[in-house]
Write a protein that binds this ligand. Structure first.
Ligand code: ADP
Length: 327
């Protein structure tokens, strides 16, 4: 147990994800409900170092639950990697009397929180805000559901035009280290192949499978590639396919940043609200330096230093399902 908190700061850091606003709202309102003062720290750790901090009231977070992005802005902050940068951040927080932090971000932001909490006596609670769903210890991360539904909607549209022309589309979705967006959106749109960072891409297998489909007159195919698939992304996959099967009309679509934006889905608003509430409860109860997740429908509290990437955990059964269902 550490000291009782009375003034807490909340920030969003690293890659943005839809639902971060819902989490900020939950933290602010739960904090105020408990009689705490709540401060919004702008642009993640950068705002902590530059003293870009604003007092939040219940009304400050009105009408944001449905908005994508983050009202606190987010940033990547080089200075926070250095002890000197973190020391300045600590002094800034001390000046404001902030004695607890809620950090909404990905695994990088959590690593920053670990470094900070090991050096200074300000407890940190993490909330997993990442579209990639690449954090151990939680079934959900804030933003994944919205991002994957955006990808599904886009791929459905691509399929319409692919169908009109009997074309092959290689669609690239986000996911540098984790293939969850590719896996879920690929299965949900009936993709022919799904290429992800967790598994070595076997391009010969992709080609053979396309040839086999062609023999059966299945001419409209979608290959979903995660940006970090290890083969070189959609452009490289399309180039090799075109080289080996020049008669197949092949197009590339890179979905890019549309996957980060837009109104958060009901699920993302729901989990962000629940996690935000429990983040403040955790600070009050003295459960410190953990991140709040949801595992098997129950809240989970995982020490921040245990956070790692989920790479390598996608079972081969999923790939079998993809093959069978796309036949
Ligand atoms: P994400 O949180 O989305 O994974 P990043 O990996 O860019 O995004 O991390 C966000 C920020 O967290 C970084 O810009 C940096 O300020 C801080 N950070 C990340 N890793 C560390 C670390 N090992 N030590 C200190 N700060 C870190």
């Amino acid at each position: 147990m550490q000291n009782k908190v009375s003034r807490i700061g909340v920030l969003t850091s690293g890659g943005d994800s839809p639902g971060m606003n819902a989490a900020i709202r939950a933290v602010v309102r739960t904090g105020i409900y408990h009689g705490l003062e709540v401060y919004g720290i702008m642009r993640g750790y950068q705002g902590m170092i530059e003293d870009d901090i604003i007092k939040m009231e219940s009304r400050s977070v009105a009408n944001i639950i449905q908005r994508g992005g983050t009202i606190l802005k987010t940033a990547r902050c080089k200075d926070f990697y250095k002890p000197e940068g973190r020391k300045i951040a600590y002094e800034v927080l001390k000046r404001h009397g902030i004695d607890g932090l809620v950090i909404i971000g990905g695994d990088g932001s959590f690593r920053g929180a670990v470094a900070f909490s090991q050096e200074f006596d300000i407890p940190c609670i993490g909330l997993a805000g990442t579209i990639d769903k690449d954090i151990h210890g939680t079934d959900f991360t804030i933003g994944f559901d919205t991002a994957v539904n955006t990808a599904v909607e886009a791929i459905d549209k691509i399929r319409d035009t692919a169908d009109a022309h009997d074309r092959l589309f290689v669609v690239e979705v986000m996911g540098r280290d984790a293939g969850y967006i590719a896996l879920y959106s690929g299965i949900a749109t009936g993709a022919e192949s799904i290429l992800i960072p967790e598994r070595k891409t076997d391009i010969e297998d992709v080609i053979t499978s396309l040839q086999e489909k062609e023999r059966r007159k299945k001419l409209v195919n979608i290959i979903v590639v995660a940006e970090g698939d290890g083969f070189g992304g959609a452009a490289e996959v399309a180039r090799v396919v075109q080289e080996k099967l020049p008669h197949i009309e092949t197009r590339v679509a890179i979905l890019g940043h549309i996957q980060r934006g837009g109104a958060p889905s009901c699920q993302d608003r729901f989990i962000a609200s629940r996690m935000g509430y429990h983040a403040v409860e955790s600070l009050i109860e003295g459960r410190h330096n953990v991140f709040v997740g949801i595992l098997n429908s129950k809240m989970s509290y995982i020490p921040l230093e245990k956070v790692g990437k989920k790479k390598g955990t996608i079972s081969s059964e999923w790939m079998k399902i993809v093959k069978i269902l796309a036949s």
